[in-house]
Write a protein that binds this ligand. Structure first.
Ligand code: PLP
Length: 356
């Protein structure tokens, strides 16, 4: 036992499977079915040179400026990191560690309690409504911070900007973090509110809507004082979280608006088709503003369905957690992947019905 006691106390996050097999229809980790923009690949190619012997810009100024221009804020309001998971880790470490408990929904991104364990943050969960929507009225009370994903994960449910502003009006003394990993698939970003609410921090990722899960780039936008706090944490941890290739690729991803818009709309259109088809197979599907759907079959066990899908080389995500253990979280794929999923589900349901 050479590890320090803290390692034994931790309950690490378990990410969705990244299978080694190539022939699977992979709908389990909300990756984008479309590749990154060709301009992103060209920018990364152009960066492949002798320059890789040099450290990257520790402040990723070019990327911060690009993001600032994109969202009409200043670079001092932008923080970037190695995936939004790293950004979130710094947020928990630097902004959410207080004597009153941090609040987040009972059902949300399952990394939040893991960060609380890592940094020793006291937290309380707030139950979502019966229909899995977030009731903002349940949050105004003494707290050390509030965090939720919007759209929420793994439900896909969206909270309106008006709802977020209602909460900001009533929660002035602690930081409110809105994790917008999926916002581009159907919501309105809260970034325009950061100028009016100095305690609002919005995080985003290039992993989902910009098809760059493999490049590891995430960001946060908020008041310069919040960003400064995050910089202090980051510069006490790793000066160079973004390498040269990541900076070049991320800049190009924000510059190619046309490609972003086209692929984003393709995913949204596929979601509409997928929701209708799942309903046709008898599933209850929560309204989704994300690139995944959360669905339950009224008569079929979700774990059994996930296992049967896997036998047919389709992988989806199933969480063995209270309230949601009868749901499957299914990433919206391209039309071919969705057709393969639906064909497999149709077969499975017909087979079990024949046995009933
Ligand atoms: C995917 C996801 C993230 C992490 O994104 P990365 O940038 O790939 O680390 C953060 N929050 C939520 C809610 C997510 O679904």
């Amino acid at each position: 036992h050479y590890g320090s006691p803290v390692t034994r106390r931790l309950t690490p996050y378990v990410p969705g499977e990244q299978p080694k097999l190539g022939n699977l229809v992979k709908l389990n980790t909300n990756e984008n079915p479309y590749g990154p923009s060709p301009r992103v690949l060209a920018a990364i190619q152009a960066e492949l040179s002798d320059n890789l012997r040099l450290y990257p810009d520790p402040n990723a100024e070019r990327l911060k400026q690009t993001i600032a221009d994109y969202y009409d804020v200043t670079p001092a309001q932008v923080f970037v990191g190695n995936g939004s998971d790293e950004v979130l880790a710094h947020v928990f470490h630097g902004l959410l560690q207080h004597s009153t408990p941090l609040l987040f929904p009972d059902i949300t991104y399952s990394f939040y309690p893991v960060y609380c364990g890592l940094y020793g943050i006291d937290f309380a969960t707030v139950p979502l409504a019966e229909d899995f929507t977030l009731r903002v009225a349940d949050y105004p009370r003494p707290n050390g911070g509030i965090i939720f994903a919007n759209p929420n994960a793994p439900t896909g449910c969206l909270l309106s900007l008006a709802g977020i502003e209602w909460l900001l009006e009533r929660n002035r003394d602690s930081v409110l973090v809105v994790d917008e990993a999926y916002i581009d698939f159907g919501g309105e970003t809260a970034i325009p509110l950061v100028d009016r609410y100095p305690n609002l921090l919005v995080t985003q990722t290039l992993s989902k809507s910009r098809s760059l899960a493999g490049l590891r780039v995430g960001l946060a936008v908020g008041h310069p004082e919040l960003i400064e706090a995050l910089e202090r944490i980051k510069n006490s941890f790793n000066s160079y979280p973004l390498d040269r290739l990541a900076i070049a690729g991320a800049v190009a991803a924000f510059e190619d608006r046309e490609y972003f818009e086209r692929t984003r709309q393709a995913v949204i259109a596929s979601r509409t088709t997928l929701v209708a088809a799942l309903a046709g197979l008898g599933f209850d599907v929560l309204p989704s503003a994300a690139n995944f759907v959360f669905a339950r079959h009224p008569r079929r066990d979700a774990a059994a369905l996930a296992a049967a899908l896997r036998e047919r080389h389709v992988i989806v995500r199933h969480f063995r957690l209270p309230r949601i253990e009868q749901f499957l979280r299914i990433t919206v794929g391209n039309p071919e992947q969705n057709a393969a999923l639906l064909a497999a589900l149709g077969q499975i349901l017909r087979e079990v019905e024949a046995c009933d």
